[in-house]
Design a protein around this ligand. Structure first.
Ligand code: G1P
Ligand code: ZN
Length: 541
């Protein structure tokens, strides 16, 4: 066995986005592409020699091969130990927990999250740091900088161990430790929630359907909901992780998880429905006859957190990404706790969580979590809901009606225009940006603008500043419009338009109808149709 040094041309397109480096699978499979990026990670973190890493992925096509490459490269560069999920599986939250629990220096998650997988789908690589959270921009910038000049990588000239067998195997001077991907995570959940109350809930006939979307949460959900809590077999569906997610789009929203939504909207549907995404960090929450938007879910969980044993003493503070609705803000105000507004992407919550400034955080894109680890956590969010429902003895519908009656309802929707021409998308944003200084006081589509700006974030813990994080337009009466370009897409540009309005009287209307004036204002201000050539969004959530 020897260490090989392989030369290649540097790649110029390895800039990590909102959540790691994400590209078409074939792009990742081209010669040297993945190893070059991994070598850049080693460079960006100051080398891997003597370090312990966690490694796993969402089970998508190319994960196992990629895991083998990462292991051989870690061994070649002197890592001490890599803790790998069996069959290279680990959900993103489970990886985050393992890094923390084992005191690892960091971890690599092989996933493109909710993007489709397979030879024609997407692949991705994320690096997480020692607190278990996504690498901050200082590190992703260093990784990108390394990738632009690096022309050589080191790889062990021996096969990686069989990842289906639990236990420790040497690879050169490094130890490869293959572990059960579910056990540590399931044990953590048992510490946070009242499992006896949840067992009683299911024993009492409570019906739940959890759609794992053929992705990584299947084994976690089966173990926790069915085997441990006694939900009937079949409560968890699509539970076997498949390399192509059963040809599906593992994104838990009303578009891609429509069969689940339909089941919950039926009069005789289950009491509770949920789904998670490719790597298990997103969640969708449904009750019989109701879809709970992620922004509302975050606000409702914050308002009811003390029903959950781990949060019985109350929340230290809460945080939401800027485009997430202001429903959380009013709960925070009521509780008298801090509410932080951060840029899109989980990495911006890390400092607040580490500093004990926030307990719950979330994003409108179906991410919710707490300080129990440093990623968003789909199964955790589902357990939170179950625990609150069990403790309060109410339905999802009743809980939300009660919540809106107390706090008002932020009708919310996001319109995505996917795969549009990048130049056109940038021109649209530039055109909007140019209007911002003069919008206040103007009337657009019958709505009066109170103020408008481009969001920049000053991290209160480390003082770092992150600019150009979305264009915001606020209207009289609490409505808001946000525009930003996606940082996770792999084809062209994706324009995201986020809309919300606050209602304290009409609590059960159709969000698209309630938001019609804001949608019209978006069109007028951004000239979406002429500039993108699209007459309607590709995805409305
Ligand atoms: C999207 C979501 C964002 C989330 C990220 C990773 O990023 O909008 O909230 O953190 O995926 O799951 P975007 O494509 O908008 O940059
Ligand atoms: Zn994800």
């Amino acid at each position: 066995m020897s260490i090989q040094s392989i030369s290649h041309q540097p790649f110029d397109d390895q800039k990590p986005g909102t959540s790691g480096l994400r590209k078409k699978t074939a792009h990742f499979q081209q010669p040297h592409y993945l190893p070059a990026f991994i070598q850049s990670i080693w460079a960006g973190i100051g080398g891997v020699a003597g370090k312990t890493l966690v490694l796993g992925g969402d089970g998508r096509f190319f994960c196992k091969e990629a895991a083998g490459i990462v292991l051989r490269m870690a061994a070649a560069s002197g890592a001490a130990r890599v803790i790998v999920g069996q069959n290279a599986l680990l959900s993103t939250p489970a990886a985050s927990h393992l890094i923390r629990k084992r005191g690892a220096d960091g971890g690599i998650v092989l996933s493109a999250s909710h993007n489709p997988g397979g030879p024609n789908g997407d692949f991705g690589v994320k690096y997480n740091v020692a607190n278990g959270g996504p690498a901050p921009e200082s590190i992703t910038d260093a990784i990108f900088a390394a990738s632009q000049t690096q022309s050589e990588y080191l790889i062990f000239d021996a096969a990686a161990p069989d990842l289906s067998i639990l236990g420790e195997t040497p690879l050169g001077g490094m130890v490869v430790e293959v572990i059960d991907p579910v056990a540590d995570y399931a044990a953590l959940m048992e510490q946070l929630f009242d499992f006896n109350a949840l067992r009683a809930l299911f024993a009492g006939g409570f019906r739940m359907r959890f759609d794992a979307m053929h992705a990584v949460t299947g084994p976690y959900a089966k173990t926790i909901f069915e085997d441990t809590l006694g939900a009937p077999t079949g409560s968890v569906i699509n539970a076997t992780p498949l390399p192509d997610f059963g040809q599906g789009h593992p994104d838990p929203n009303p578009i891609w998880a429509k069969p689940l939504v339909d089941e919950l909207m039926a009069d005789d549907g289950p009491d509770f429905g949920a789904a998670s995404d490719g790597d298990g960090d997103r969640n969708m929450i449904l009750g019989r006859g109701i879809y709970v938007t992620p922004s509302d879910s975050l606000a409702a969980l914050a308002a009811n957190a003390t029903y959950i044993p781990a949060y019985a003493d109350g929340l230290k503070g809460v945080a939401r990404s800027m485009p997430t609705s202001a429903a959380l803000d009013r709960v925070a105000e009521h509780l008298g706790i801090e509410c932080h507004e951060t840029p899109t992407g989980w990495k911006f919550f890390g400092n607040l969580l580490d500093a004990g400034r926030t307990t719950f955080c979330g994003e409108e894109s179906a991410g919710t979590s707490s300080d129990h680890l440093r990623e968003k956590d789909g199964v955790w969010a589902v357990l939170c809901w179950l625990n609150v429902l069990a403790a309060r003895g109410v339905s999802v519908q009743a809980l939300m009606q009660d919540h809106w009656a107390r706090f008002g309802r932020n009708y919310y929707s996001r319109h995505d225009y996917e795969g549009i021409d990048s130049a056109a998308a940038n021109a649209l944003m530039d055109h909007l940006r140019a209007q911002l200084p003069t919008l206040a006081g103007q009337s657009v589509a019958g709505l009066c603008v109170t103020h408008a700006d481009e969001f920049a974030y000053d991290d209160p813990i480390d003082g770092s500043r992150t600019e150009r994080q979305g264009l915001r337009i606020y209207f009289e009466g609490g409505a808001r419009l946000v525009f930003r370009l996606s940082g996770t897409g792999t084809v062209g540009a994706t324009l995201r338009v986020y809309m919300e309005c606050l209602e304290t009287r009409t609590l059960n209307a159709d969000p698209q109808e309630m938001l019609a004036p804001v949608i019209k204002a978006a069109e007028e201000l951004a000239e979406i149709v002429p500039r993108t050539g699209r007459t309607a969004p590709d995805v409305i959530t």
